[in-house]
Design a protein around this ligand. Sequence first.
Ligand code: AQP
Length: 332
Amino acid sequence: MGRIFSGMQPTSQLHLGNYLGALRNWVALQDSHECIFCAVDLHAITVPQDPVALRRNTREITAAYIAAGIDPERCVLFAQSGVTGHSELSWILSCHTPLGWLNRMTQFKEKAGKHRENAGLGLYAYPVLMAADILLYKATHVPVGEDQKQHLELSRDIAGAFNRAYSVECFPLPEPLILGEATRVMSLRDGTKKMSKSDSSDYSRINLTDDADTIALKVRKAKTDPEPLPETLEALETRPEADNLVTIYAALAEEGRAEILARFAGRQFSEFKNQLVDLAVARLAPMTDRMNRLMADPGEIDRILRRGAERAGEIASRHMAEVHDLVGLLRP
Ligand code: AQP
């Protein structure tokens, strides 16, 4: 049995991509693995945040984890800033990370855009903090969506560089777990762009807080092409928006994409979308209800996060003591 670590940024509400690409897989893994899940608020501040909104989003993401089925008794569930080892290990690892490795990270290039010189150091160093998150707990497996594959590879490289520097096997090389039909859910407005919290159009994504009417409106407005649904998966390859809706349907129905095409081949998208709305509402509404109920008691969420931070902190301080010894730092 390996140890799982994963986290999401409390930058705003979670969307269907976060749920199908990552969160739903976390829920399944808690039956077979020791799991540590985190609201990565230190990652969130790599871009400007409103402090009041950040605190609310951290509680809301915790509520989403629990509403989706994460059990805070069986798993360790906490906010990243509640365990100081994350930032401390990040600094130590950054001293073992060549700049050339960070220069290759495509997410920094996408997020910094044309204003690279004005982007914060934190945004650039984001993947080192992510490596620290994982290695602090000596996690063996990290369930993520496909977009995080490059960062995971960097975490493995950093773990290897640290181990080699001190001729030890301190950190296991973490393996990505990219699971399910929907490893990369695309925008509802543009099938070539990832569904993302930071997309300026709310119609590009289904948020986990959306009610049934909003889900229906967004699915009906989702971009498609005039052709009916095809018979084969190959025929979807040149139709990114159609492909995305079929993938979402398959993931929500927990069936294969080929099975979905077998059922809907030759039908119009208007009909398919009606069925997709029913399915999405049936799957998401109970979770949204649970989230809203949890959010009504923020004190209880804070208590869960404090208890989780204590449990995470115990593991982290053992590993940090080992790192201090290896590096030659006096123990605090
Ligand atoms: N569209 C997606 N399809 C599948 N998986 C996805 N993930 C994100 N978007 C998709 C997975 O969700 C987890 C948490 O992601 P995150 O919140 O840490 O940051 P992100 O990947 O940068 O997500 P966003 O929505 O795109 O946020 P912004 O816009 O703020 O950057 C990860 O496991 C990720 O793979």
